[in-house]
Design a binder for this molecule. Structure first.
Ligand code: ADP
Ligand code: MG
Length: 390
């Protein structure tokens, strides 16, 4: 990741090189990892993300010609440009749909004007760390400051959610955008996605001699395709059969009995729902431990239990993610689990600071045995949410 000064300088230079002139400001929004609470967000449940030190930066300037233009330092060098009035879901349909969706959601606030947006990001893309929400949230914050000052943080979350769900067509829940906007340094964000109530839970891993290691499996996932949407539909079917609006409303596994009707389909829905019910309980257990005086090491086994549930009941892990969890825990991690939407992406491991090298070596060795290059790893220091840098 980059220091704020370097980030501002880099974004200004890239903006000038692409659009000429100076941006009116530079805004940053982070990626995230979820400590626990996976796939609960679209079930009205609980999540506990931390913001990463890695951010997307948006250098933005208003323009008076009613055009919007987007460029990304990580993109192919092309500038995507069109009239604000031409924005509609599916147009543009490239990576630029993410920032375009934010402009679209706030188009009435531009009063016939437009914007030039230069994006630069060090959030790993497609690694389950929410590079997409980092983009949308950085642009949402920029447009708030430039054109819609009355919008509060919950409104920004909503604008970024609409950009992803309604414009891009990516069926994400509210976790990614909430984490990117609402997280604060040194804390995990305990969010109830049903009423969007949130609480900052102190998470001083360094003080306890611990690190939250992130290992990118290198297997990229695709939200739009397949598995994620299937799981959402299965959860909806399970809720419908149980007669509840959201699976969140089921408090314990005993309440799922009627799903297991002896048919293969019933068995699948039972296991999907059991993941959601037990995962919500795991979030509450972790929050209780962190709120109290418990040693944060005690949350390790809860993370590993969460992985097993994602692997066996929700069936969204892949062999390399399982390999990370197995090799990290065998090498001394207190717990580990895959994170994000599944079918690839990253895993986290809770590790003593002085065991990090041994755990990374063990995971790397396991990857080598599987014929894979050494995975990218870094420590997730709970960092600040979206903010203006300059
Ligand atoms: P994740 O959010 O887990 O990283 P997504 O599939 O939700 O994965 O979002 C990844 C997509 O976001 C990329 O395919 C690309 O379209 C867009 N994206 C993210 N970061 C950038 C960037 N720096 N430049 C251009 N597009 C980006
Ligand atoms: Mg995403």
């Amino acid at each position: 990741m980059t220091s704020d000064e370097e980030a501002v300088a880099g974004a200004r230079t890239a903006f000038a090189g692409t659009f000429g002139g100076a941006p009116e400001g530079v805004w940053a929004a982070p990626g995230r990892v979820n400590v626990i609470g996976e796939h609960t967000d679209y079930n009205g449940g609980f999540v506990l993300p931390v913001a990463l030190p890695h951010t997307a930066r948006a250098a933005v300037a208003r323009r008076s010609d009613g055009r919007v233009a987007f460029a990304s330092v990580q993109g192919d060098g092309s500038v995507v440009e069109l009239d604000v009035s031409e924005l509609e879901p599916g147009r543009p349909d490239s990576w630029a749909a993410y920032p375009a969706g934010v402009v679209w959601a706030l188009r009435e606030r531009l009063d016939g004007g437009g914007v030039s947006v230069l994006l630069e990001s060090d959030v790993p893309v497609g690694a389950g760390l929410s590079s997409s929400a980092a983009l949308t949230c950085s642009v949402a914050l920029a447009l708030r400051d430039l054109a819609a000052p009355e919008l509060g943080p919950p409104d920004l979350v909503e604008v970024a959610r609409r950009a992803e769900n309604d414009f891009v067509g990516a069926p994400t829940g509210i976790l990614d955008q909430s984490a990117s906007v609402l997280c604060t340094a040194g804390h995990a964000l305990f969010l109830d996605t049903r009423d969007r109530a949130s609480e900052q839970v102190p998470l001083d891993l360094a003080g306890a001699g611990l690190e939250l290691l992130v290992v990118d499996s290198g297997v990229t996932h695709e939200h739009a395709g397949g598995g994620y949407g299937d799981r959402r539909r299965e959860c909806e079917s399970a809720a419908e059969r149980l007669g509840v609006a959201f699976l969140r409303e089921v408090d314990d596994v005993a309440g799922l009995g009627s799903l297991a009707d002896g048919t293969p389909e019933g068995d699948v829905l039972f296991r999907r729902a059991r993941h959601i019910v037990t995962e919500n309980a795991r979030v509450l257990e972790v929050v209780a431990a962190l709120r109290g005086d418990a040693d944060p090491r005690t949350i390790g086994p809860i993370l590993t239990a969460g992985h097993e549930s994602l692997r066996d009941d929700f069936e969204i892990s892949v062999p390399l993610l399982d390999a990370i969890v197995e090799s990290a825990t065998a090498a001394g991690a207190y717990g580990a689990r895959m994170v994000g939407g599944g079918f690839g992406g990253s895993a986290i491991a809770l590790v003593d600071h002085d065991r990090i090298d041994a755990v990374v070596a063990a995971v790397t060795e396991r990857f080598a045995r599987e014929g894979q290059d050494a995975p990218r790893t870094f420590t997730a220091v709970p960092s600040a949410g979206a903010r203006r840098l300059a």
